[in-house]
Write a protein that binds this ligand. Structure first.
Ligand SMILES: [Zn+2]
Length: 157
């Protein structure tokens, strides 16, 4: 019965191994040490790699998205500031803001010139009171902090 023999052999080997552990043959144990250490070292390396990858995914990105800030208005030949139609502006400071902004960096309400009839109005009002043109532009994202992972993240992939 070879099967029984094989089981008997395995049992004998197991008993030999147990005997080594129970009554330590230190030389043999030291020889066995790498066998026990290898999985631990492997696990340690695995944890380090995973932690490193997790940090790589979550660390603050050096790449930061900045929306365009206000820019100086061009000065016309007569010395007055020229504000492009459709762009919010701060007339007192001669600053032109990105389309869609309704307040300046100092919180002051901005003015916008209607691109159709060239009548000035508050940038907060999307519909021109003069010609009825609706100017609805989404303010660009003004992200001061680091950009996070892409929206949706793994759920999208
Ligand atoms: Zn208008």
């Amino acid at each position: 019965m070879p099967a029984v023999n094989a089981i008997g052999q395995a049992w004998t080997q197991l008993m030999d191994l147990l005997a080594k552990v129970i009554s330590p043959d230190w030389g043999a144990l030291v020889n066995l040490l790498p066998v026990f250490l290898a999985p631990l070292v492997g696990l340690f390396v695995f944890v380090v790699v995973v932690a490193w990858l997790a940090y790589g995914v979550r660390k603050p990105r050096a790449r930061i998205r900045y929306a365009f800030g206000p820019r100086r208005a061009e000065i016309g030949p007569d010395g007055t500031a020229l504000f492009p139609a459709g762009f919010p502006f701060d007339a007192a400071k001669a600053l032109v803001y990105p389309a869609g902004e309704i307040r300046g960096d100092d919180g002051a309400p901005l003015t916008v010139t209607c691109p159709m009839c060239h009548v000035d109005r508050s940038a907060e009002i999307s519909t021109c009171g003069s010609c009825g043109l609706v100017l609805r532009i989404q303010a660009p994202a003004r992200i001061v902090g680091p950009a996070g992972p892409p929206p949706g993240g793994a759920a999208v992939a």
